[in-house]
Ligand binder design. Structure first.
Ligand code: PBG
Ligand code: ZN
Length: 322
């Protein structure tokens, strides 16, 4: 026997030498929830370690995070004013706009801020678009989504991240931004977003559950993968700067396929339910948290993700798990 693969597994140094996948702190983006008020630090029950912050508390938390190397965040606003037409989503003084202005004043380009662009936290019905005759209307929703993206871009967002899955949203946003001379603001598109039960804990955090029905008429069917390629291609054509697959763990095949067909940077979103499952199993003593988390992160990278959006980011960097 001449060929012995085990030779390359003998010591930790050799294993590190030949490791095909290596993670880097630059890959990680940490999600943050901002709520109205002052002095609010409201833990999310289903997501141990994650809280919703009011602006003043968020600033403090971001400051601590920055010292640990958490220099990229994805910001979610939780609106307290919900209307049928989602008008508070693109208001000049929306919670996200206020937060962006403050963050950019304080941290400038030391902090990268992408903002989630979607109306579900601002509509009475909780859908990601506007309703017309009881169903989510694509083209009128585009207007609102583009206005929301514009408000964020004007307030200093480095990138906007549309998560609504309406057709043509990337093009509509790009056009609106360009028309307003915001040609430098990027679009990180939730290109391939599946209708998933893994979003459960997030909907509690963002108070964004649909009151009636589900999101299956706009988010993707988990039985499909060719359709994912089509979504990614369309976003690229429409001017997306970064593509994203969401969720991540059950969709590694999709990450790998999209990596093959696009030269754009590819992100994956390790979503709330994926985080909660790991946390719950770890708290029950069923799994070793650090090892499990790092196994998952390497799996994303091995599949082809260049960027990982994860609630575990803080633990990974703070506790030196990398
Ligand atoms: C809003 C949005 C959702 C997530 C990100 N943006 C929820 C949904 O579409 O229902 C999920 C994030 C997570 O679960 O961590 N459109
Ligand atoms: Zn939404």
């Amino acid at each position: 026997m001449y060929a012995r693969p085990r030779r390359l597994r003998r010591t930790q140094i050799i294993r590190n030498l030949v490791a095909e996948t290596k993670l880097d702190q630059d890959m990680f983006i940490y999600p943050h929830f901002v709520v109205p008020g002052k002095g609010v630090k409201d833990p999310i029950d289903a997501m141990p370690g994650i809280s919703r912050f009011s602006l003043d508390e968020l600033i403090k938390d971001v400051e601590v995070g920055l010292q640990l190397g958490v220099n990229k965040i994805l910001l979610f606003g939780v609106g307290n004013e919900k209307t049928e037409d989602a008008s508070s989503a693109y208001a000049e003084k929306s919670i996200v706009v206020e937060t962006l202005i403050e963050l950019k004043n304080k941290f400038g380009d030391d902090l990268f801020v992408a903002t989630d662009v979607c109306v579900c936290a601002y509509t009475t019905h909780g859908h990601c678009g506007l309703l017309k005759d009881g169903s989510v209307d694509n083209d009128s929703s585009l207007q609102v989504i583009a206005q929301m993206a514009l408000a964020h871009a004007e307030a200093g967002a480095d990138m906007v991240a549309p998560s609504d899955m309406m057709d043509g949203r990337v093009g509509a946003i790009r056009q609106t931004l360009d028309k307003n001379n915001l040609t430098e603001t990027g679009i990180m598109s939730y290109s391939v977003k599946y209708a998933s039960s893994y979003y459960g804990p997030f909907r509690e955090a963002a108070d964004s559950s649909p009151g009636q029905g589900d999101r299956k008429s706009y988010q993707m069917d988990f039985r499909n993968s060719k359709e994912a390629l089509r979504e990614a291609e369309l976003d690229e054509e429409e001017g997306a700067d970064i593509l994203m697959v969401k969720p991540a763990l059950a969709y590694l095949d999709i990450i790998a396929e999209i990596k093959q067909i696009s030269n754009l940077p590819l992100a994956c979103y390790n979503v709330s339910g994926e985080y909660s499952m790991v946390k719950a199993a770890a708290e029950a003593g069923f799994v070793a948290e650090q090892e499990l988390v790092m196994e998952n992160m390497h799996a994303f990278s091995r599949a082809g993700a260049d960027i990982i959006i994860s609630y575990h980011t803080r633990d990974i960097l703070e506790k030196g798990w990398m």
